[in-house]
Structure formats: structure tokens, C-alpha cells
Design a protein around this ligand. Sequence first.
Ligand SMILES: NC(=O)c1ccc[n+]([C@@H]2O[C@H](COP(=O)([O-])OP(=O)(O)OC[C@H]3O[C@@H](n4cnc5c(N)ncnc54)[C@H](O)[C@@H]3O)[C@@H](O)[C@H]2O)c1
Ligand SMILES: O=P(O)(O)OC[C@H](O)CO
Length: 329
Amino acid sequence: MKCVVIGSGSWGTALAQVLCDNKVHVTLWGKNKNEVEDVELHHQNSRFFPGVVLHPNLHATTDLTIVKDADVIVLSVPTIAVEEMCRKIDTLLEKSVIIVNTAKGFHPETNERMSEVIRHAMTHLSSVVSLIGPSHAEEVVLRMLTTICAVSQNKEDAICIQKLFSNDYLRVYRGHDEIGSEIGVALKNAIAVASGVLSGVGYGDNTKAALITRGLTEMIRYGVAMGGKQETFMGLTGIGDLIVTCTSKHSRNFQAGYEIGIHNSADYFWKNNKKTVEGVRTAKVVHEVAQKRGIEMPIINEIYKVLYEGKKPKDSAQELMLRDLKEEM
Ligand SMILES: NC(=O)c1ccc[n+]([C@@H]2O[C@H](COP(=O)([O-])OP(=O)(O)OC[C@H]3O[C@@H](n4cnc5c(N)ncnc54)[C@H](O)[C@@H]3O)[C@@H](O)[C@H]2O)c1
Ligand SMILES: O=P(O)(O)OC[C@H](O)CO
């Protein structure tokens, strides 16, 4: 089986190394010449993993025509680039492939989930499998024990991807609730921005526990309204990914929120951010959809106001605390 991983950023590099460890034929494709040369010539990706030596058999290229030979194509680019990449790849393909999506979020204009975007953009497609869950690339590249989920409508292809990626440090489960899983991993990023904001403001562990618990309630409320299954949110693509992103120093969503909290304003973030922070756009999409459909999302609404309406984080936190008193569920 031949694999190509699209995206020589942190997650693409870490996943390509997993496949090398599993002795799978894999090539990493990147548009960024510096990242590609770093991997190909020096066995490192120093922009994302300073000091880490990558698997010696990991090869990288900027030539997209390598997808022609692939059976499995793993997409590890930000959500904003997924449709464009799919269209480019599709024009090069002569046979159908399994697309493994790893991006977490929604289409920038249509608000579609990633598997929907891929199905609409590609004709040479046997199925889409989302490989998602609590997994910071910085730890996977160091082979730290991690669990994720291969979620697909196609059980056979989910099993294929599960076997391809599983090894002694990466355990891959299977799932079939595409809606619930994709919504879970997208929304957790926006909640993680809020978690960072609250830490940056100076609140402690009680606040974080409250945010994670009430954030999960919002994820379930939204996910179920969109057709997902409630129990999915108790798994790796729900609470699992929410915990790791709301609490880890590696999370770019948490880090972005932390900066906003420290400055008690989103201005600094908007002027200076160069990282992939998916939760920022997800907060906008979810806020808009929830408003239209009448889904109660108080945390998402406040993080939206902080990000897009200049509301002060401390005022947002107070707003959440002083809302009408309610039953817990
Ligand atoms: N980093 C992680 O730990 C991790 C884990 C799980 C899932 N993800 C998800 O994976 C996706 C990719 O994130 P990442 O962390 O690898 O980001 P990253 O910022 O580390 O790397 C992004 C890569 O995509 C490339 N890229 C950006 N725009 C592009 C375009 N228009 N066309 C082609 N390539 C483009 C960049 O050059 C870079 O190589 C995100 O949706 C993220 O949520 C990341
Ligand atoms: O660095 P983040 O915040 O994009 O999180 C990375 C992964 O999604 C964690 O599972």
C-alpha cells in the first residue's frame, strides 16, 4: 500500500513518521520548500520540532504528482486549505483513493464538515476516513503513547486505516458517527481558546474544570442538534480531545487564548498570530449557526464576542457567571 501525506507541518510530519515506523511506503508532500528540504536533507522539521531527529526513511517532496501512485492520501493541512488541495489532487488522480482527513474544523464559506468538503471536491474517491482524537504532534513525534479514532461511513476502509496507523505507541480505535466526531474535534478547539483566555486572565483549576464540563455540554447540545450521537462526545473525539486541548501547553488554541487573556483583549492576537489556530474560525461558524437555529451556546457566544466584537475577556467571564441560574443538565 502506498501513502502520501499532504502537509509538511507539525501533524503531517508526525503522521508520516508513524507510517515510516510501521514500514508503510510513505512520502510527505509540502508546499513549503524550507520544511520539505529540512525533512529530506536533514531528517528534521526544525520549525515545528526543534532538536528532534526524524525517521531516516522519511522522504519529502514539493512535487504533487506523487499522488498518482497513492492508494491512501492523508490530508494534514489547515481546514482553510482542504478544498483547494482536494481539487488539485483530484485533477492528478487516475484511480480512486482513500482520503484520510486530519483537519479539525469547518469550511470557511459553506460551514461544511471536512468529510463533506472532501466528498464535494473529489471524484476519484473510494471513501473518507477521519483520523482524529487527542493527539499533539509534539508528543506523537516523540512516540509518546497516544490514542485516536478512525471514523468513517465505510467500515472496511476504517479498519484498513486503523491497521495502517496502529502500533505500540499509537492505538487507533474505530468510529462511525462521522457527524458527532467531526463536530466534537472542531468545537473543542473553540472551547480550548476560552480555556486559554481564562488561564491568561489568572483564573485557576476550578475555572478550568467548569469550562471543560460546561464546554462539553455545549458540544453535545450543538452536535446532537446537527445529527450527531450524544455518546460520541464521551469518547476520544469528544471529551478526550477537549481535555488535551484545554489543558496542554502544546495546544495552539490554548496558547492563543492565553495571550488574549493576558492582554485582556484579542487585538494582540489578531496583529501577531502566525500559527494554525482553528478554534478562532470555528467559534465564528458555530456562533452564527447556533444563533440561526436557536441552540444555546453561552461559552461559544462569549468567546465569539471576545474575538470579533472587542469584548474584554474579564467582562465575558463575569457575564457567564451571572447568567440566569439554571439546573445543571
Ligand atoms: N498539530 C497537531 O498536533 C494536530 C493534531 C491533530 C490534528 N491537527 C489538525 O491538523 C490540521 C493541520 O494542522 P497542523 O498542526 O499540521 O498545522 P501546521 O501549522 O503545523 O502546518 C500546516 C501545514 O500546512 C501547510 N499549508 C498551509 N496552507 C496551505 C495551503 N493552502 N496549501 C497547502 N499547504 C498549506 C503549511 O505550509 C504547513 O506545512 C489542522 O486542522 C489541525 O487542527 C493538528
Ligand atoms: O494545537 P492545537 O490546539 O491545534 O491542538 C492539536 C490537536 O488538535 C490536539 O488533539
